[in-house]
Write a protein that binds this ligand. Structure first.
Ligand SMILES: Nc1ncnc2c1ncn2[C@@H]1O[C@H](COP(=O)(O)OP(=O)(O)OP(=O)(O)O)[C@@H](O)[C@H]1O
Ligand SMILES: [Mg+2]
Length: 334
């Protein structure tokens, strides 16, 4: 996920993206019968669909001339505030963060998250929702889009349930090096936690802690910790309670109990419930599936499918694959 940069590469700003999305909605509203596809929009702009999608996501640098073409095709002026040139490389450790190039929709949630993190300076934001709803992809994409506003970005998964000390060491190893903090990683848990909090106070760091429900107990009592993992409770409390300059994004199927006490505008801690994709986003998901998964244009059937599975992208992708295999794309018989 390293960024390729050249002289003409730019990132679209939050403002530029908003302009673009509003113009696309406007263009779609003007279109009476047919829905404007990515293919059609990119044809109009004379850029490839891949470039068009990249521009809309702003997760990777894009060619400025292509951005101009896209803006022009939607009758938009490209202002200086609509893009910026990546001047410095932010050290990022993405670990096992997923590839987000097939990400669709969620523009409202992306905007809301950017506002919370960049404007309102929230210190801890939890994306909570059921399995497969898209928390990890959303957290990763937003982190990619705002990475240049931070001094360091660290993404770490909890899926393998690492002991908390090991987890802290892995974060500190990258962070201390990237921030040129010449200190040795402490050996005790308490001291490691203090080192992390010092970094979060002294620097503007973005930390993504993925799938924290893994370390919560699953014996029916929501929000409690698995035996041996209580140190995570302290970690979450510290991140939420201590005044610092950084932002920690977490994803979880459950709400950790600390959050119930910490959540608030003053404390800068927020839990966002992530629901399924809406109908428009669901269609877009199907539109982006590889050719072999494509259906004939049966909107009614797709609508039923999206509604039945409540817009869960993981389930929709599985169903699309199975339907294709079993019934050659015939949803009705499925
Ligand atoms: N906005 C999206 N556009 C396209 N595909 C998506 C989107 N969100 C999620 N997906 C797909 O759905 C699947 C599940 O997404 P993700 O792993 O982010 O879910 P999750 O909520 O983190 O699930 P879990 O609780 O199991 O960790 C992935 O295969 C991903 O490709
Ligand atoms: Mg996940």
């Amino acid at each position: 996920m390293t960024n390729k940069r050249n002289r003409n590469s730019v990132f679209i700003t939050y403002q530029g993206l908003r302009k673009l999305e509003q113009a696309i909605i406007q263009a779609q509203n003007n279109e009476k019968d047919a829905k404007l596809t990515v293919q059609e929009l990119s044809n109009r702009a004379k850029v490839s669909p891949t470039t068009f999608t990249r521009i809309r996501k702003s997760s990777h640098p894009v060619d400025r001339d292509s951005v101009k073409l896209v803006f022009k095709s939607l009758r938009l002026e490209l202002d200086e505030d609509d893009f910026y040139q990546p001047s410095q490389q932010v050290p990022c450790s993405w670990d096992r963060a997923p590839d987000t190039t097939e990400f669709v929709g969620r523009s409202e949630q992306l905007q809301q998250l950017k506002k919370l993190v960049l404007v309102e300076k929230y210190r801890l934001v939890i994306l909570q929702g059921i399995g497969g709803i898209g928390k990890t992809h959303l957290a990763t994409l937003v982190a990619e889009q705002i990475q240049t506003k931070f001094e360091v970005v660290v993404w770490r998964s909890l899926v393998q349930a690492p002991p908390v000390e090991e987890y802290l060491t892995s974060i500190l190893q990258f962070m201390l090096g990237a921030l040129r903090e010449e200190i040795e990683i402490a050996s005790s848990f308490d001291a490691k936690l203090s080192q992390l909090m010092e970094c979060l106070k002294k620097h503007r760091c973005l930390l993504i802690l993925d799938n924290i429900e893994t370390i919560l107990s699953s014996n029916g009592q929501t929000g409690l910790y698995r035996a041996g993992y209580e140190g995570y409770s302290q970690l979450i409390r510290c991140i939420g309670e201590v005044a610092h300059n950084s932002c920690v994004l977490m994803t979880s199927r459950e709400k950790p109990r600390e959050i119930l006490l910490l959540e608030g505008e003053r404390t800068k801690v927020k839990c966002l419930k992530i629901e399924g994709l809406n109908l428009r986003e669901g269609y877009e998901l199907f539109e982006h599936l590889p050719r072999k998964f494509k259906y004939a244009n049966k909107e009614q059937e797709l609508q039923e499918l999206i509604e039945y599975y409540k817009g869960n992208p993981f389930v929709l992708k599985i169903v699309a694959a199975q339907t294709q295999e079993l019934f050659a794309g015939k949803i009705a018989s499925f």
